[in-house]
Structure formats: C-alpha cells, structure tokens
Design a protein around this ligand. Sequence first.
Ligand code: PMT
Length: 401
Amino acid sequence: MLQNRYIALGITGSIAAYKAADLASKLTQAGARVDVLMTEAATHFITPLTLRSLTGRQVFIDMFDPTTELAEQHVEIARRADAVIVAPASATTIARLAQGLADDVVSLTVLATEAPVLVAPAMDHQMYENAATQANLETLRQRGYTIVGPAEGRLASGRMGLGRLEETEVLIGAVKQALGRRGDLAGRRVVVSAGGTQEAIDPVRFVGNHSSGKMGYALAEAARDRGAEVTLVTAPTALACPYGVRLVSVQSAREMRDAVVAACQDADALIMAAAVADFQPGEAAEQKIRKAGKKGLTLELVPTPDILSEVRGDLVRVGFKAESRELLESARELLRRKQLDLVVANDVTAAGSGFATDTNQVTIIDASGQEEALPLLPKYDVANRVLDRVAALLRERGEAP
Ligand code: PMT
C-alpha cells in the first residue's frame, strides 16, 4: 500500500533522529517516495547525506535554497505528500506546529499540507510531561493530527520514562492507517480472530495447535489499512499488535467465544482465522498432574462452543477451513452448515502454506458456491483478496454509516 505514495518525513532536533534513518529506509524499501525535510537542529544529529543515500532523493533543509529542483518547494512537497510524518518531533517543533509557525522546512510543510499529519514525539520525559508540551500536543490532536507515541523506556539521559520515539514498525503502521483512512472499509467495524486456542489440562499444560496467528494478524492489518475499525481477538501468539487495532487477548475457546460475541454486537464483519480447539478437557486439574506412579494418562475431552454458529445477525461472516485432505469438500460443508458468506479453504499440506508460514495458498468459496483458487501469496495479500470480497458484500448490503 506504500508503493509510489509520497511520504514527507520531517526530522527535527532530537537524539532519536538517527532512528529516522531506519524509518526512511523501510518506507523506501516498501516502495514509498520519501521526501526528507530536516530542521537545522536535526542536521546536528544525523547527516543529510545519510538520508539522501537511503531514499535516493533530494533532502530539503534550507527554505531559501535557490538550487532546489522544485520551483516552490514548500508548497510542492506539501501538495504532493499523501501523508506527512514528523519523526522525531522535538518539543520545540511541537510548540512551533501548535503555534502555526512556518519558519523552517518542517513546520512550513505541515502548515501547507492538506494530507494527514502524524507527529511522533521524542524527548526527555520531563520535557514531554511539561504542561506546555502537553497543551501543545492537545492542540495538535484537536486539529486532527495523529500523535504516535512516545513509548516508555530508557531515554538518552539514562533515565526511564515516557519519551522514546516509537519503533519503526509502529510508525509505519500509523502511516498506513492514515493513508487508508478513506479506504473501501472506512466506517466499517471488522472483527478478526487469530491464533490457536489453548485448553488447559492443568496449570502448566494445555491442548493446543500450530497456529502462529500470522494469518489473522495480516487480516487485521489489511482491514486497518483499508480504513476499518478493527478488533483482533487473539489466542496467545508471539506477534506484536498492529498499530491502531484494538486487541483482545484470550486463551481458550470459551474466552474467545465471549470476546467475539461481545465484539460482534455492532460489527459489520467477522473473519474467523483462528484455529479454535474443537474439544477441551472436561475440567482442568487444579494442581499440576504428577507423573509418579502413573502408567498412562487419559484425558476426557468435551466439545467447545462453536463460535461462528453463535454469532448471528446482519454481519458478513467468514470462516477458514484448514485441512490435510478433502479440503474443498470440507470447506463447502462448513459454508453450508454454518451458513457463512464466505469460506477460505486453506491447504495446509502445500509448501509455504498454512500454519506459521508467511505465505498461504487458499481457495475462496462464496455462498453461491463459486470458487476462486488463489496462487501462493504473502498472507497480507491473501488477506486483501478476502477483504475485497468482504468489502463487495458490504457494498451490496448498503452504504457505510
Ligand atoms: O495462524 P497461522 O499460523 O497463520 O495459520 C493460519 C491458519 C492455518 C490457522 C488459518 O489460515 C486457518 O485455516 N484457520 C482455520 C483453522 C481450521 O481449520 O479451523 P476448523 O476447521 O477447526 O474451523 C472452521 C472454522 O470454524 C474456522 O473459521 C474456525 O475459526 C471456526 N470455529 C472452529 C471451532 C469452534 N469451536 N468455533 C469456531 O468458530
């Protein structure tokens, strides 16, 4: 989604300026055209040459540079930007933006743009918590700017506190969300489930499966990038919550059922990518089961609640089906039995497909029985193909509020 998009990256005077190099590099690698704007103070922390080398583009510092390739550089960069992000934003620049000043290339571009503006503060925690900085940030928020972070942790001063520049992945997530604000899922509420549920045997053991959560997280991220308000109900995974997504962490199928049913009260779509246990131990032992003196152990399992069947109403419901054999038959059967709008049949035997991979190979089957077999694709792309169908179904059912 960043391919060929113009991102204006304003870098200001903070020690975290060195991290802006990583942001510029990752945005460029994702296909964006990054126009770097630096305040004079920023050039004391990182060289323009670094940014120029990473982006392959001219870096703008001097408002009055007569040699620039742009006739009216301030208006031109502001106009062509699809999003403007100031990262790191120093206390001085935040004050400048709040005042509406335009006395350097960063503040001038922010003032001149009609694109979404993101501000990622980075400074010592005392400066961040100062009433003046807080009031300035509040002014920017009310003006519609997105304030990203800061994160908490070790600061350059050696102290701990709020003031670290957010991680690059978080900043990129925020840019993508801003770019997708007017996407085809804008105004829609989408609930996604992810990961493999864990059904307790005793306090230290559980019945589980191999789901990593990657497919569900990719769906959540892609739905966010198309403007949706996303709730991600997730069983335990090693993944970070995508920026801008509401995360509800659960462990068992029962907990997932409660969270999904609650989130679906006012949702437009539910996409169940989670691998939910079909059975759970009847009752988890209160204490750890000991091996000593036992020749074996028999677990009695009882069915878990069927989450997809418990969610009814006007929303679009999408199920996933992972099988090692008779995949399409089982997927069709699931579609009929649970009266779904779509089912995504997931071949878990194909190389690079299924559990814990970054790619997936699926066939999408709709309620009329039409089947679309997709090639092996990154999970984010699979997510978008599923969301194309969800967005089309929602359009058929009426306009977003
Ligand atoms: O997380 P990854 O490592 O990226 O792996 C992704 C995946 C392989 C887990 C995912 O792509 C996938 O295929 N998920 C569905 C797994 C599956 O086959 O579930 P199932 O056959 O048990 O259930 C069918 C559907 O009913 C699923 O949408 C499931 O979420 C839902 N279900 C299942 C049981 C239950 N008690 N309630 C449910 O709602």
